[in-house]
Design a protein around this ligand. Structure first.
Ligand SMILES: Nc1ncnc2c1ncn2[C@@H]1O[C@H](COP(=O)(O)OP(=O)(O)OP(=O)(O)O)[C@@H](O)[C@H]1O
Ligand SMILES: [Mg+2]
Length: 227
């Protein structure tokens, strides 16, 4: 996809769980390379399922996915993601499969921690980090793997408002400074101020996309209709 203007493309995806309930139907979206987009929708509309399909963690029954790999995934709860006892070991753990030299692993880990402004925490035990720091370590893990695409599923849901804003600004900067592409799921509408565009998903289908402020209005209408 070297000359492709989009880094994430989903075409006409359908997905249903083994119990038969349909989650996605005719779901399509495209995120331009080098941009930061958000995905909004009410509870159960299919946001997490779509993100997992894009990451290859689930397989659609039909449709097509094109995505620039490697892909980094950041979960709502970082305790489900960080597996090693210390920060440095956790970021290095993601590189095991690449069979790099010790020196390259050290370089990648240091560079990734510097990119999220946490180089001084390299030796810190994971349990002694704040929620926001844990999310930044999860992002550093993706950067160390040289991911060009970040998929983030409500990464600020467990953070306090100040840390929430720091994280969204950090991702916005990484996208701009490193040419990454990010798709971020959220329920927090103030985060829309930091993205380039947004999608609205309703009952398993992207029904609107574009200007964040317009998508916010549309979501509020859906919430009104459903309440
Ligand atoms: N493992 C599963 N097995 C069966 N159904 C599931 C499973 N996980 C999710 N679902 C159902 O799939 C639908 C879409 O769920 P999904 O988690 O994608 O929604 P969401 O938009 O991320 O919601 P939220 O805003 O609450 O995170 C829901 O009806 C949900 O109950
Ligand atoms: Mg979800």
């Amino acid at each position: 996809m070297t000359n492709d203007p989009s880094a994430i493309r989903a075409l006409d995806l359908s997905f249903n769980w083994p119990n038969g309930s349909s989650v996605l139907e005719g779901c399509s979206l495209e995120v331009p390379k080098g941009e930061f987009w958000m995905l909004l929708g009410t509870n159960g509309s299919g946001k997490s399922t779509l993100l997992r399909l894009l990451a290859g963690l689930l397989t659609p029954q039909s449709g097509e996915i094109q995505i620039t790999s490697p892909v980094g995934f950041v979960f709502q709860n970082p305790d489900h993601q960080l597996v090693m006892p210390t920060v440095g070991a956790d970021v290095a753990f993601g590189l095991v499969k690449e069979k790099l030299s010790w020196t390259s692993v050290r370089q990648r880990v240091k560079e990734a921690l510097a990119a999220v402004n946490l180089l001084d925490l390299e030796r810190r035990p994971i349990y002694a980090l704040s929620g926001g720091q844990k999310q930044r370590i999860a992002i550093a893990g993706a950067l160390a793997r040289q991911c060009e695409v970040l998929l983030l599923d409500e990464p600020t849901a467990l953070l306090d408002p100040d840390t929430q804003q720091e994280l969204v600004i950090q991702v916005q900067r990484l996208v701009k400074n490193r040419g990454l592409t990010a798709l971020w799921v959220t329920h927090r509408l103030d985060e829309l101020n930091f993205c380039d565009g947004a999608f609205l998903i309703e009952q398993g289908k992207v029904t609107a996309q574009g200007e964040p402020s317009q998508i916010k209005e549309k979501l509020l209408q859906v919430v009104d209709r459903e309440s």
